[in-house]
Design a protein around this ligand. Structure first.
Ligand code: 5AD
Ligand code: SF4
Length: 448
């Protein structure tokens, strides 16, 4: 029996895929170990979305090359999006890299490793599938508070900057039944929060059911206390879903809505197929139907052809919408994408840097102001773990997905506790636990 050390880079979908990989290889007489020192095989589940993700892996491969030479490890495998997009380049890196497997090739991993160990060969596979959803694999989750479920794979949107349609292939959805069964399992295993994953969850469909139907089914049939999802696309955000969220307490009042840019010409070149006016309308509708909802976003600065004036439009939309938080990235040209074939990566690095700094400054200010409006409120917090800064404090999250730090009480991770917010920073709310008022007496006191 060989020991595997698995490293996961990138998004939550990769975290989930790593659980699938653990499940597939554990069933095939491999065992996973928590430290590289105990392993003969090192697998890296990689990301390709920006160049710095690639650089990180190349750097790691150099380290692994040394370990292999010294006989400390035997086999190195690269899995996931970078494996899919750089298959030839990685294959040329042999003998350092023995196994290369794309996101639809995980069921073949036992065979690929056999090829290496028994036939002294390489194990390379990067066939993308139109059907593979791994619905028949039970992910091997690490016990805790949070679980993930991928309800669909792939993306057919072809935003011009994005490599995902090339690394993860065409869109395909799992059945409602298989998602629901996984939710039941998650519930019975004691997880308190599940995040529903898809590259573009709005495109989910199974028989007559769309994404809003699926979320309604999950909220009403499972007893998981908190259900989140990521990511929807602003172009076809299902309005029905807003009502489903508003009416079901287990569906968290938090929506990640990637804007990418606030200028219509740039949005068009990105092939996002919405305008900033349509985005404003969607935000208004979301806030009207789900009062108190937290909105977060992704922004790319310095996309091909983005002028100073175009960037000012993005700045302006960020100022007007006031997201609770934002992930802001510099445009990074990706091989094979439509943008790499049609447009030049022509915004100078210095301009990208200036824009990202300005937007981050603005967003930090807004996040802090929004967080400070929470002071004095009592919020329900799901405890996750001890705070990294102070072991006498818990770190938990609100329904809106805001981190809350408070003095550790007799509670445990996985417990819900009411916390009164006493101060707030850009990224964190700070408070103290207060006695929980049962919901029924709350209603009584309100009606009196
Ligand atoms: N360059 C920079 N950021 C990118 N993203 C996707 N592709 C690129 C790219 N080529 C960002 C988008 C997306 C997030 C996951 O990563 O903002 O929403
Ligand atoms: Fe990439 Fe656009 Fe698909 Fe998101 S919706 S994965 S940004 S192509």
């Amino acid at each position: 029996m060989k020991n595997i050390y698995l490293e996961t880079y990138g998004c939550q979908m990769n975290e989930y895929d790593s659980e699938l990989v653990r499940s597939i290889l554990t069933a095939s007489q491999y065992q996973f170990v928590p430290s590289i020192d105990l392993a003969q095989i090192v697998l890296m589940n990689t990301c390709a979305v920006r160049e710095n993700a690639h650089q990180k892996i190349y750097h790691r491969l150099d380290e692994l090359k040394g370990m292999k030479k010294r006989g400390e490890i035997e086999v190195v495998g690269v899995l996931g999006c970078m494996a899919q997009s750089l298959r030839k380049t990685l294959a040329e890196r042999s003998p350092t890299v023995d196994v290369v497997a794309g996101p639809d090739s995980y069921k073949k991993l036992p065979n690929l490793l056999t090829a290496v160990y028994e036939n002294n060969n390489h194990g390379f596979d990067f066939a993308l599938s139109e059907f593979e959803t791994y619905a028949d694999i039970t992910p091997k989750r690490i016990a805790g508070i949070n679980a993930w479920v991928a309800i669909m794979r792939g993306c057919d949107n072809f935003c011009t900057f994005c490599v995902v349609p090339y690394t993860r292939g065409r869109e395909r959805s799992r059945s409602v039944e298989s998602v629901l069964n996984e939710a039941y399992r998650i519930e019975s295993e004691g997880f308190k929060q599940v995040t529903i994953l898809g590259q573009n969850v709005n495109s989910y469909h199974s028989g007559d059911d769309d994404f809003a139907d699926l979320m309604h089914t999950l909220a009403t049939k499972s007893n998981i206390p908190r259900i989140r999802f990521t990511s929807p696309h602003p172009k076809d955000f299902p309005r029905k879903l807003l009502h489903v969220i508003a009416e079901n307490p287990s569906l968290c009042k938090q929506i990640h809505l990637p804007l990418q840019a606030g200028n219509n010409t740039v949005l068009k070149r990105m092939n996002r197929t919405y305008t900033k006016e349509e985005f404003y309308d969607l935000v208004d509708e979301i806030r009207m139907i789900i009062p108190g909802v937290a909105l977060t976003t992704d922004i790319i600065v310095g996309f091909s052809g983005e002028s100073d004036a175009d960037f000012e439009d993005t700045f302006d939309v960020m100022e007007k919408v006031r997201f609770d938080s934002a992930f802001i990235f510099k445009y990074s040209e990706r091989k094979n994408t439509i943008a790499s074939r049609k447009f030049a990566d022509d915004v100078p690095e210095a301009a990208k840097t200036e824009r990202i700094v300005r937007l981050n400054d603005l967003q930090r200010q807004i996040s802090k102001e929004i967080n400070q409006t929470e002071i004095g409120k009592k919020v329900e917090v799901l405890i996750e773990h001890r705070s990294k800064k102070d072991a006498n404090e818990w770190l938990g999250r609100t329904d809106q997905n805001k981190g809350v730090v408070f003095a550790a009480t007799g509670k445990n991770p996985g417990d819900f506790v009411t916390v009164e917010i006493t101060s707030a920073t850009t990224n964190t709310l700070i408070g103290r636990a207060v006695n929980v008022v049962p919901k029924s007496s709350n209603i009584l006191s309100l009606s009196r």
